[in-house]
Design a protein. Structure first.
Length: 368
């Protein structure tokens, strides 16, 4: 499947979704939705905005690429790669032109973000992108390996006494060199790991234990992973907690089968937390969920009914105070494919009721 065929398949999905709504078209302008529809196109200038600098207006028989005059050329030249989208542009200072052009269709037009005063789509629109096509899976595999390489290199080079911010800078640089946008960068040493579930990097200099986490985006896809390092042999309590969180993570991953709901996987995590003697730890932090064109497309909460299918991607991130385990994985009929695992990082064989699988180890780092 080439890129034009991928676009055609996605336009067909949108048009089937659009038909019963009574709307004439849908304006797709969110950065994630734009990347999905344009097969990896990047519309951002500012990461701080949900809306990109270009959008696609899809109707029953046309698809228009819409952008102001100061943005259109780059989008066409560098992001579209010959995709058959009809370009429409306007002067940059006429901010409402996308709405005006949409209204000329003469019937209601929906919008993925509710931009320009248009009615916003419901949650069923985002679900169109949950199941990936083969080219998207190929892009995800490459992203997973590159994200892991960037994070694991940053960890391998870390040494006790180094500032968390210096480790974060190394990780960000590694992502930039690989064309990855580091959307979430967490670094914590020692007691900060226990104190905060989302530890932003600080001036703190780690001495004994280090946690580094990344969510990186490329072509609109998100890869999340966490690695932990111990300077020398970890103490017995830390080692036991890490083995316990590995088992929770393995139980969640092995439960992530086609047909299982996100609520089912969370229930399995709750049972494993209880078996580890820490039944309330799951309440202290979200456990992850379905990922793809958002860091988490849908979080796993008690009773969440969304059922997993083949060619969907999950990222679970169970935590027990002081430890965490996280990777991004592809759900298939043949079993789970771990996208962010590399041979460079040590792994442990972990056994739970559903079977065994390898999980990243608590690595022994440099002592000084």
């Amino acid at each position: 499947m080439d890129r034009r065929e991928e676009l055609s398949t996605k336009l067909e999905r949108i048009r089937r979704w659009l038909a019963p709504t009574g709307a004439r078209g849908v304006l797709v302008g969110g950065q994630g939705a734009f990347a999905w529809l344009t097969c990896g196109g990047d519309s951002h200038v500012s990461l701080g905005q949900a809306e990109g600098t270009a959008s696609v207006l899809v109707t029953a028989d046309h698809a228009y690429l819409m952008a102001a005059n100061n943005e259109l050329r780059r989008i066409v030249d560098e992001e579209m790669a010959g995709l058959p989208l009809e370009p429409i542009t306007w002067p940059w200072h006429q901010h409402d032109q996308a709405r005006v052009l949409a209204e000329r269709l003469g019937a209601p037009v929906l919008s993925d973000l509710g931009q320009h005063g248009l009615a916003r789509v419901d949650a069923s629109f985002a679900a169109l992108r949950f199941t990936l096509l083969p080219p998207e899976i190929d892009r995800y595999r490459r992203l997973g390996q590159d994200a892991a390489a960037a994070l694991e290199s940053a960890c391998t080079e870390a040494h006790p006494g180094e500032r968390e911010r210096d480790i974060a800078a190394r990780l960000v640089q590694g992502c930039a060199a690989r064309g990855i946008l580091p959307l979430v960068v967490l670094v914590a040493g020692d007691e900060r790991i226990a104190n905060y579930r989302h530890p932003l990097p600080t001036e703190h200099r780690w001495q004994r234990t280090l946690l580094v986490a990344l969510t990186g985006r490329r072509h609109g896809l998100h890869a999340s992973l966490t690695r932990m390092v111990s300077a020398g042999e970890p103490d017995a309590q830390l080692a036991a907690r890490f083995r316990a969180v590995q088992r929770v993570d393995a139980a969640m991953l092995l439960a992530s089968r086609p047909g299982a709901s996100l609520g089912d996987v969370l229930a399995r995590a709750q049972a494993q937390y209880a078996a580890e003697g820490v039944p309330r730890e799951w309440e202290l932090h979200h456990q992850g969920g379905l990922t793809g064109y958002a860091g988490r497309e849908r979080f796993a909460v008690p009773g969440e009914p969304l059922r997993l299918g083949p060619a969907q991607v999950v990222a679970w991130n169970p935590t027990i105070t002081s430890v965490k385990s996280e990777d991004t994985a592809l759900v298939t009929d043949a079993g789970l494919e771990l996208l962010t695992i590399t041979p460079r990082w040590p792994r442990d064989l972990v056994r739970v009721d559903e079977g065994t699988m390898e999980r990243p180890a608590l690595a022994s780092g440099r002592r000084s």
